[in-house]
Design a protein around this ligand. Sequence first.
Ligand code: SF4
Length: 376
Amino acid sequence: MPHTRLSKNSPNRNTRIAPVFIPMLGCKHQCVFCNQHVVTGLHEKSRIADIASQLEIGMSSVTKDDPCHEIAFYGGSFTCLSTEVQQEILSLARPYIDGKLAFGIRISTRPDYISKDILSMLKEFNVTTIELGIQSTDDDVLYASGRGHTAADIFSAASLIKESGFSLGLQMMTGLPEDTFDKSVKTALDMISLKPDLVRIYPTLVLKGSPLEGLLDKGRYVPLTIEEAVERVSVLKMLFENNDIPVIRTGLQANEELDTGSGYREGPYHPAFGELVESRIYLKWFLYILDHKIPKAVRSISFDVHPADLSKAIGNKKTNIERLHRYKGGIKASISARYDVPRSYLAAEWEDGSLWMDRKGFVRTYLSQPGWVQSN
Ligand code: SF4
């Protein structure tokens, strides 16, 4: 499931992407969760001329002094297109790459449309990153989701992409038909074994016009709640983080149809889903410190984070503060910002003690606790 729109003002220039959307041009499949038109916010099939125009607009602010990392052709399944059309689209990027305005091209596709021949062609046409929408490594989930490929296809495609020298992106979903939290965790662990360079995690929404909407109407599918989705994705994100694999997106990119609710029927959509996930990780971190790092008699504690992390630490509508106040019958807790606390660090101070803890250490310890999957 697509996509990203990395800001042109991204603080990390190396990740600057010029996205071009080519919805449904390449896909002959119909996964139960998919309605490309809603996801991309476009209603008509883009033609090559439209793609060229999107590219021109996307690259208009790019200069040799400030080039973009990759031009990204997202949407549909790129390698399902005929070879001629793939080459025609990829050729649109060539002048920008030759002119040193972009370093390479990123595409997204399905695992069963990857072969040595396809990869050779992509390399010749300057593709540098391939994102595979794998969704799950559980064959029952893949079948129930109408994916049309197996887990074995995923392992073989991902290995071939890595061996051929491309950067590998993997996209997974949680909350698909037949999926469970344990199966999502297994999918994440399988993905980690494939050593991807980047990952995206999407909770499943019931998009209007998707086959999942029919299953919902017949009572054969129940979507995750926001609470369940945030809980699952926060743990999945920590798993990747613990293996130094960047999670570049959690939750679908907001667009008008999703924001107004006109694009989906039910499911865990929130325009700031990624922030909710980050806040949940902070909550786990606070509770871990209260449970394991301070004396049981402590009734008052203050947590400090870097100012840039404060809103995530406090949580949407101050949910984390409220949750801390309810901790074991009530504790006086505050969350504040302090410039001397580095990003991804937490400082805690109570009546007669204090500690500093970095996020990496917390994530490692949290995931080494027995039963951490079940406890969520
Ligand atoms: S393969 Fe991708 S584009 Fe095609 S139907 Fe499935 S999710 Fe949609």
